[in-house]
Design a protein around this ligand. Structure first.
Ligand code: DAH
Length: 342
C-alpha cells in the first residue's frame, strides 16, 4: 500500500483509539506507539527515502500535522480523564455531616484520687511538703524504729505480709516518717500518701490493700496545741467550716500521748444517722506527739525538738464523704460506679 495511505489510516486509528480510551495507561500506550522514539510516526519519517523526491515535502508536512493532531487529542483526553477521576474521588470522599458522631467517653478522676488531691491541697497550703516511700519496706522502718520491736504485742494489730524476715509490705505509711527524719534535719513538715497492705479478708469494710496519708511535723517547741489546731483546721477545710472535732485518748506505740480524732458526721451534719451509728461523730484519724525514742532513733535530740504525727485512711474518708457503703467499690473499677465521679 502506498505510504501516505498507510499514514492516514494509522492516524485515523490512533485518533479513534484515543477517543475511546478510558484510562491514563491506555493513552500512554498509544502515545508511545505513535509519537514515541520508535513509534509509527518516526517510522513514517524514515520511510520518506523510499518515495519519489517530489512527494517528500507534502508527506513530511502531513506527518507534522498528524503529530500535532495526535498530541492535541492526547492532551485533551488526558484532561478529560483527570477531571472525571476527580469527580469520582470527590464523590467517594464526601462526608455526610448529618450522620451522628461517635460519643467520646470522657474519663474522670478516681474518687480516691480526688479525695487525695483535696487533702494534699489543704496541707500544701499550710506549708507541708509531699514525700514518697516504698511499698516494700524494711521491717526496721515499718516496725522497729516506730517503737514496735519484734515480738511486741502491738504487731498483732497489723496482720503483716512478710516478704522475708526483714522485709514486709508496709502495713502503714508511718515508715516514711522514719525515712524522712533519717535524711532531713528539722524543721520537717510533710505528708506522704500511699498504698498499704494487711492480710485482711475482703469484705464491705476490709481490703488487703488500702490507702493512707501520713503527716509529720518536727521542730522546736512543737506542742499538742499545734497538732490540735492543724488537724482541726484540716477537717474544717475538708468537711466544711461547721465541722466540729473531738480528740479522744488513744494508743499508738510511736506517739505519746496519742489520740483518735472524731469529726462531725458528714452524712447527717451531727444529727445522728446510720453512718455514725447515731452518735453524730465519726472517727477519722489517729495522731499523737512523736515518741521521744522514735526521734532519738532517727538522730533527732528529743530535748531540743518535738513533733506530732497523724495518719488517716483515705478509703475511709472517701466512703464517708461520698456515702459509699462497700469499700470494694473503690477497687473493682466498675465503670458504672466510677463514671458517677466527674
Ligand atoms: N499508722 C497508724 C495506722 O496505720 C496511723 C497513725 C496513727 C499514724 C497515729 C500516725 C500517728 O502517724 O501518729 O493505724
Amino acid at each position: 500500500m502506498e505510504n501516505s495511505t498507510m499514514l492516514e489510516e494509522m492516524a485515523l486509528r490512533a485518533l479513534d483509539e484515543i477517543a475511546c480510551s478510558k484510562a491514563m495507561t491506555e493513552l500512554e500506550e498509544i502515545r508511545i506507539r505513535t509519537l514515541g522514539k520508535k513509534g509509527e510516526l518516526t517510522g513514517a519519517l524514515r520511510s520518506m527515502k523510499d518515495i519519489p523526491e517530489a512527494e517528500r515535502p507534502p508527506f513530511g508536512k502531513r506527518i507534522n500535522e498528524i503529530r500535532d493532531q495526535l498530541t492535541e487529542a492526547l492532551d485533551k483526553k488526558i484532561l478529560e480523564i483527570k477531571q472525571a477521576d476527580k469527580v469520582v474521588r470527590l464523590k467517594e470522599e464526601a462526608i455526610d455531616i448529618t450522620l451522628p458522631g461517635h460519643k467520646q467517653r470522657i474519663g474522670g478522676l478516681h474518687p480516691l484520687t480526688r479525695i487525695y488531691y483535696e487533702i494534699r491541697d489543704i496541707f500544701v497550703s499550710m506549708g507541708f511538703e509531699v514525700m514518697d516511700g516504698p511499698e516494700v519496706e524494711y521491717d526496721k522502718y515499718n516496725f522497729e524504729m516506730l517503737n514496735i520491736p519484734k515480738d511486741h504485742p502491738a504487731r498483732d494489730m497489723q496482720d503483716t505480709f512478710y516478704v522475708s524476715n526483714d522485709i514486709v509490705l508496709r502495713t502503714h505509711t508511718s515508715p516514711v516518717q522514719i525515712r524522712t527524719m533519717l535524711k532531713q534535719d528539722p524543721p520537717i513538715r510533710m505528708i506522704c500518701p500511699g498504698r498499704v497492705y494487711r492480710s485482711d479478708d475482703v469484705d464491705a469494710t476490709h481490703s488487703p490493700i488500702f490507702n493512707q496519708v501520713e503527716g509529720l511535723v518536727v521542730g522546736r517547741g512543737i506542742s499538742f496545741a499545734h497538732l490540735k489546731d492543724t488537724l482541726d483546721r484540716f477537717l474544717k477545710e475538708f468537711y466544711g467550716e461547721a465541722t466540729k472535732t473531738k480528740f479522744r485518748p488513744g494508743h499508738f506505740p510511736f506517739t505519746e500521748p496519742s489520740a483518735e480524732v472524731d469529726a462531725t458526721c458528714a452524712k447527717c451534719a451531727g444529727k445522728g444517722c446510720g453512718v455514725c451509728k447515731g452518735t453524730g461523730m465519726i472517727e477519722v484519724l489517729g495522731c499523737g506527739m512523736v515518741h521521744p525514742s522514735v526521734l532519738k532513733g532517727c538522730g533527732i535530740d528529743p530535748d531540743v525538738y518535738t513533733g506530732f504525727a497523724f495518719g488517716l485512711g483515705l478509703d475511709r474518708l472517701a466512703t464517708i464523704k461520698y456515702g459509699i457503703t462497700d469499700i470494694r467499690l473503690l477497687f473493682e473499677n466498675d465503670i458504672r460506679f466510677l463514671s458517677q465521679f466527674k
